[in-house]
Write a protein of this length. Structure first.
Length: 369
């Protein structure tokens, strides 16, 4: 069995947390105390499992020696597989516990869906994707808050931006970032030809003010009269807000609310989330230069999925998974896709943690097929 990574850094961290928790002022910051206590408990479980793993290893060695004894051979042969199975289960559990948690996974999420190539058909599919994610959010008990939208002439979305709040939103939806391709006969097509269109989806963890420092002098804020659907109140007041972050040239426009202050707050939420994503992308780019991810970078320029309506097929290109249940997927039942993507990411992290280069591992797996 592969050796486990060095446990020493985890023991050191456990000792640091022990010292923190022993300080008289530890509970003065309740939020910090909860986070430290949770990490302390997780590390305690990790260290206990590691100790048990070592004990099982010692018992296996002792049983292997006893196999030479003719009187004990049968009994030992029966016990040895059970010990090895328990140790193997602990091996993966320990590896999982050693993987650093994704700090953004617990965040709420700003989603941006934009029609790309394909004209009216792309905007109609953008509306279909919005409905898909709304259905998925509803099924998980999450809430959706519209932030900005731009309708096409045929009722689709040129662009729609919305906030999803709930438990573990970003953890579940982060894999949806990228180019979504649709193949179907558009409602505008009279000859029955299949068209290919694309929609881009950006999934941004909601940024907090401490994540991104924005100097008010770097902002250019303008208000204007909202246009398009929204009712009389929206169209007759200067409630729409446009914010430009001058250092990065980022522009955000929000007009879905009747209140100028609400639109400004929503625009700032989107701006902070985009800047946070920008910071993350820069870090990911450095990491990808050393080792490219098996399931893709999540970059919006990368085609991640195809929805083929004539064949009732949805294919995720990052993991080579094809499902023939397109109607269910379009109703928001995407758990099967997300679970496989999560498993692929976990296996990659486990392989890296165990010291097995992903590229080498892929070659070995291909050769065994």
């Amino acid at each position: 069995m592969d050796r486990l990574p060095d446990i020493a850094p985890f023991k050191l961290r456990f000792g640091e947390l022990d010292a923190q928790m022993a300080e008289p002022s530890f509970y003065s910051n309740s939020r910090c105390a909860v986070e430290v206590t949770r990490e302390h408990q997780q590390l305690r479980e990790l260290l206990d499992n590691y100790h048990a793993y070592e004990q099982f290893g010692q018992e296996i060695l002792e049983h292997a020696k006893l196999l030479r004894d003719p009187e004990l051979h049968t009994l030992v042969s029966q016990e040895l597989p059970e010990l090895e199975a328990k140790r193997a289960a602990l091996h993966e559990r320990i590896l999982r516990a050693m993987i650093p948690p994704e700090l953004m996974d617990s965040r709420n999420t700003v989603m941006e869906i934009r029609a790309s190539a394909g004209g009216d058909e792309a905007s109609l599919f953008a509306a279909d994707l919005y409905r898909l994610f709304a259905k998925y959010a509803e099924g998980r008990g999450w809430k959706i808050q519209p932030m900005s939208s731009s309708l096409s002439e045929r009722g689709g979305f040129k662009e729609v931006i919305f906030l999803i709040t709930g438990i573990g939103v970003y953890k579940q939806l982060k894999y949806e970032s990228g180019v979504h391709r649709v193949q179907r006969v558009p409602v505008t097509e009279t000859s029955g030809r299949i068209h290919t269109s694309t929609v881009t989806v950006a999934v941004l963890p909601e940024a907090e003010e401490v994540d991104v420092q924005i100097d008010s002098q770097d902002l250019e804020i303008t208000v204007q009269r909202a246009s398009g659907p929204g009712g009389q109140g929206v169209n007759t007041t200067d409630s729409a807000v446009r914010i430009v972050y001058k250092p990065a040239g980022l522009a955000v426009y929000c007009a879905d609310g009747r209140s100028q202050q609400k639109n400004k707050a929503q625009a700032m939420t989107v701006l902070r989330s985009r800047l946070l994503q920008q910071k993350q992308d820069e870090e990911h780019a450095k990491y990808a230069a050393q080792r490219r991810s098996q399931i893709g970078s999540g970059n919006r320029s990368e085609r991640i999925r195809t929805y083929n309506f004539p064949q009732n097929r949805v294919t995720d290109h990052r993991i080579g998974l094809t499902l023939y249940s397109l109607p269910a997927v379009m109703e928001g039942r995407i758990d099967d896709l997300i679970e496989v993507l999560q498993r692929a990411e976990l296996e990659e992290k486990l392989a890296a943690l165990a010291g097995v280069p992903v590229a080498v591992r892929a070659v070995l797996e291909d050769g065994s097929k």
